[in-house]
Design a protein around this ligand. Structure first.
Ligand code: TPP
Ligand code: MG
Length: 559
């Protein structure tokens, strides 16, 4: 061990650098000026946002596209509090975000001073690990631990630092945290899974977020091809299996693919890979209770706490999906004579997919002025270049987009997932764009969500030169909630209209971004093509129909 003399701020910043952190998101604050001052020397870019919520979403987006833990930092008290919702989103997305929260100085904790908040309690149930630096000398050790835990348990960690502990002198060695491989899990469980699958009449694979986060696509594809099994994406993970593959059926869950849900309903054995089978993601949809109650379930997830949590499971493995899929395939090879007979499954997949596609095309052919949301979504999805990354928000249009967004590779669909907070997409897209400057990155949001976190963050994207493309589904209403008033409150629209929306494209131009207003599918295609070519943030204000006509559509509203 080689110790060096340093300040705690140096220990923190050097640890961030040792963890491979190149970007930290936040808002400047007196609580951590010493650390902030060292970022440039350590090669760390500080991205200054408009609201700390976007900083944590951006760290989450960056973590999801890079597969590495990322960091955000804020002023104690109000700054840290602004992180909470976004850190919770990262928690349910199993995304390794390290939230660095300076707090009141150690001598004042509990006295009710300026900007004091019980910050440990605020993050308690939505982080996988929290630590309060209890001595400045332990800064590197505890910062390293926060990164280790974020990676180990795929989730946000909180590093809480009393303000005075950024200062002083210590001696320590800075080195990176361990990278842990989880392995394929129990051999016995793999053997049982292989037996079940070998004997299945209609096996179906659910490819969850773990396939994406575990970079297990090639292994999942090999397994699916050997089994000749249909593959459905779990809810809001449209990127967990390539849509163009002949075994791909599309996403299950709210506003997803009817083909995927119809095919899953036929399963006698389900292999859930990297999937917690979250309760919201398997609810009945389109008046279809598609969950195959009689099927045997094999569940694989890196986190043993989610195994058997919301469904009765027959065989479970706590494993890295990538390693598991390799081992399962070799176990299958020993219990079968070769790739399994398709037994008509491929034909069945094609039949269900074309049935669903023509139904979706019919819905999407609806005309109108301004355009119908489904015509808009079809044009938008078609205009996004292959390989684009899309961050999606929460609302009617974000949900309907699930039927249209298709991907070729993992780490492309960055969704708000089960935290379901309006205002997720733009911050996440900024982080994603920083991680993948080679790809077009879209933030897809409703006009209501845009006001929560989006509009103001265009300032960030312009200042920091992050060329994300925002697409606002502008229906002048909080559409998903308005749907409830239509269904249950006799059209009494309390608080759900947004009639006074300003001209978002003009505001974007005032902010220094490119701004487009579009109201037809052709204009959507044109604006997207132009925005993709631009090296500056772009805002596309898409004027679409809202209200009763649209909301009466099948599955267009929150249930
Ligand atoms: C932070 C937050 N506040 C409120 C809600 C409740 N909510 C769910 S969907 C929705 C409406 C979203 O409206 P908009 O963004 O305009 O999208 P639209 O439904 O019109 O497509 C609201 C308010 C939420 N999910 N998150
Ligand atoms: Mg709206």
């Amino acid at each position: 061990m080689t110790n060096y003399k340093m300040t705690p701020s140096e220990a923190l910043v050097e640890t961030l650098a040792a963890e491979g952190v190149e970007t930290v998101f936040g808002i400047v604050g007196s609580a951590y000026m010493d650390a902030l001052d060292l970022f440039p020397a350590a090669g760390i870019r500080f991205v200054s946002v408009a609201h700390e919520q976007a900083a944590a979403h951006a760290a989450d987006g960056l973590a999801r596209v890079t597969g590495r833990p990322q960091a955000c930092i804020a002023q104690n008290g109000p700054g840290a509090a602004n992180f909470v919702s976004a850190v919770t989103a990262a928690y349910w997305a199993h995304s390794p975000v390290v939230a660095i929260t300076p707090e009141t100085g150690s001598k004042g904790i509990g006295t009710g001073g300026f900007q004091e908040l019980d910050q440990m309690a605020w993050f308690q149930n939505q982080t996988i690990y929290q630590v309060r630096v209890n001595r400045p000398e332990r800064m590197a050790e505890l910062a390293r631990r926060a990164f280790y835990m974020a990676k180990l348990e795929n989730g946000p960690a909180q590093l809480n630092i009393p303000r005075d502990y950024f200062y002083g002198v210590l001696e320590d060695e800075v080195y990176p945290s361990l990278d842990i491989k989880k392995g394929a899990g129990s051999k016995e469980a793999i053997g049982r899974a292989a037996e079940l699958l070998a004997g299945a009449q209609f096996p179906v694979i659910i490819a969850g977020g773990g396939v994406s986060q575990g970079d297990a696509l090639a292994e999942t594809r090999a397994l699916a091809e050997y089994l000749q099994a249909p593959v459905v994406n779990s809810y809001l993970h449209n990127d967990s299996f390539p849509a163009a593959h002949e075994l791909a059926c599309g996403p299950i869950g709210y506003c997803g693919s009817k083909a995927a849900m119809r095919l899953l309903s036929k399963a006698d054995v389900v292999l859930a890979l990297g999937c917690r089978l979250g309760p919201f993601g398997t609810l009945p949809q389109y008046d279809m209770d598609y969950w195959p109650e009689q099927a045997r379930i094999i569940q694989v997830d890196a986190n043993p706490r989610v195994l058997g949590l919301s469904k009765k499971v027959d065989v479970a493995s706590a494993a890295d999906v990538k390693e598991y899929a390799v081992e399962l395939l070799s176990a299958l090879r020993t219990v079968t004579d070769g790739p399994l007979e398709a037994a008509g499954r491929v034909a069945e997949i094609q039949k269900e997919k074309s049935r669903w596609q023509s139904e979706l095309d019919d819905w999407s052919a609806a005309s109108g002025d301004p355009m119908h949301p489904r015509a808009f979504l079809k044009a938008l999805a078609g205009a996004m270049p292959e390989g684009s990354i899309v961050a999606t928000d929460i609302g009617n249009n974000s949900s309907m987009a699930n039927a249209y967004l298709t991907f070729t590779d993992v780490r492309q669909h960055i969704a708000a997932l089960s935290w379901g907070n309006c205002g997720f997409a733009y911050g996440a897209a900024m982080g994603a764009r920083i991680g993948r400057p080679d790809k077009p990155v879209f933030a897809f949001q409703g006009d209501g969500a845009w006001g929560i976190s989006g509009l103001a963050e265009v300032m960030t994207a312009v200042r920091e030169n992050i060329p994300v493309i925002a697409v606002i589904a502008n229906n002048y209403e909080w559409g998903a909630e308005k749907k409830n008033q239509i269904d249950y409150y006799d059209n009494r629209f309390v608080g759900s209209n947004l009639r006074e929306n300003p001209d978002f494209a003009r505001i974007a131009r005032d902010m220094g971004a490119a701004g487009y207003t579009v109201d037809s599918p052709a204009a959507v295609r044109e604006a997207v093509a132009e925005a993709v070519e631009k090296a500056q943030p772009c805002v596309i204000d898409a004027r679409i129909q809202g209200g009763e006509a649209v909301l009466a559509e099948p599955s267009a509203g929150m249930r």
